[in-house]
Design a protein around this ligand. Structure first.
Ligand SMILES: Cc1ncc(COP(=O)(O)O)c(C=O)c1O
Length: 376
């Protein structure tokens, strides 16, 4: 008899211990929509964990678009886009995403995760190298691991470290560099102009995963070869896309397994993302408001004596010393009516991830600052 595969599950204590201590923070079930506030266990809490940066997940225009699409096209295409097709909405969203971002063409994926996995694994060959920023999203690493090429990581936000790694690659390897436009856990921005210069020096292609910046702030894409985006944040939906040159998009249409072998995004999700994209373009104050709220929160935390990473987006990271302190702080904030994300390894170093949206009022933010002050 061999070892029982399930033994590791029986031995897995971390979640059980947190539940027993009453501080297990994950897989909550909320009532009602996700907005500036949300209802958890019958209590209204200020929602500072979602990535609904533009405050559109409960917007009546977005909800109506999703309802209309479900009525017109049904709830599912019941298959892959390659075999069973999408709808005119799918192609319309691809055209509008490309135009909004200033990229030539786009291909939808069922999720943002799949956009990264499918693009990175689908594009790279056996001799190629995928060089990923140390704090890039897990989907970039999973794409690099799944593809046939060699994966390597370089020091977070360090063009010098990237330069050394590029220089160490053999001459016959094509190189793909992957960074996030805005880092999801720390809230830091990528130093894009220096990364572009470094990539150009070696003829490497640069993929920017702009999951958290897309729709919130403008990105100068001059020098960006590929852009991946997700609809699960500013665009108030679920789905993702890769944006790039038409010949690359067409190649991925026929080589990105995460797209080809997975069901096409439902029309309601595509219609919601399309409606949200149009609102993002017409109402740029939304992104600006979320970013300004985060800046104010960062300033308040710094004035309390916290060492908060610099950021330019709607994500504020409050470093925590260890796992128990992270869970205790999360629990304390929740008791004060503020819901944030506890971040623990392996996702990233221990911290609280606090997000702001266009829907948060000054009164919400004052409550959040008071709750954070009460922690310290
Ligand atoms: C930087 C980044 N890229 C990709 C993804 C995956 O996007 P999705 O949730 O749409 O699959 C996320 C999700 O959290 C993310 O933070």
């Amino acid at each position: 008899m061999g070892v029982d595969l399930f033994a590791r599950c029986r031995d897995y204590e971390v979640a059980r211990a947190a539940r027993a201590a009453g501080v297990y923070p994950y897989y909550q079930a909320f009532s009602g929509p996700c907005g500036a506030t949300a209802v958890l266990d019958g209590r209204t809490v200020i929602m500072c964990g979602s990535s609904d940066y533009l405050g559109l997940a409960a917007d009546p225009r977005v909800i109506r678009a999703a309802q209309d699409a479900a009525a017109a096209y049904g709830t599912s295409r019941a298959g892959s886009r390659m075999l069973n097709g999408g709808t005119p909405l799918h192609a319309e969203l691809e055209r509008e995403l490309a135009a909004y971002a200033g990229m030539p063409d786009a291909l939808l994926f069922p999720t943002g995760y799949q956009a990264n996995v499918g693009t990175i694994a689908g594009l790279t060959g056996r001799r190629d190298a995928v060089l990923v920023d140390a704090e890039a999203h897990a989907s970039a690493y999973d794409g690099a691991a799944l593809g046939p090429g060699r994966a390597a990581r370089f020091r977070h936000n360090s063009p010098a470290a990237l330069d050394r790694l590029l220089a160490a690659q053999s001459g016959d390897a094509a190189r793909l560099v992957v960074v996030d436009g805005l880092y999801s856990m720390s809230g830091e921005s990528c130093p894009l102009p220096s990364m572009i210069t470094t990539c150009r020096r070696y003829g490497a292609r640069l993929l920017v995963d702009d999951a958290h910046g897309f729709g919130v702030r403008a990105l100068d894409v001059d020098g960006v070869d590929l852009l991946t985006v997700t609809f699960s944040k500013a665009l108030a939906s679920v789905g993702g896309a890769v944006l790039g040159p038409p010949e690359v998009i067409d190649y991925l249409r026929h080589h990105a397994r995460a797209e080809i072998y997975s069901a096409v995004a439902p029309p309601s999700s595509v219609a919601a993302a399309l409606a949200a994209l149009r609102i993002a373009a017409a109402e740029p104050w939304r992104g600006a408001r979320a970013v300004a709220a985060a800046a104010a929160l960062r300033a308040a935390l710094i004035s309390m004596g916290h060492a908060v990473p610099p950021g330019t987006g709607p994500i504020v990271s409050l470093p925590m010393p260890d796992l128990p302190a992270t869970l205790a702080a999360w629990h304390g904030l929740l008791a004060a009516g503020v819901y944030v994300n506890p971040v623990v390894p392996p996702a990233a170093r221990c911290s609280l991830r606090i997000t702001t949206t266009a829907a948060h009022t000054d009164a919400h933010l004052a409550t959040v600052v008071a709750a954070l002050a009460a922690l310290s």
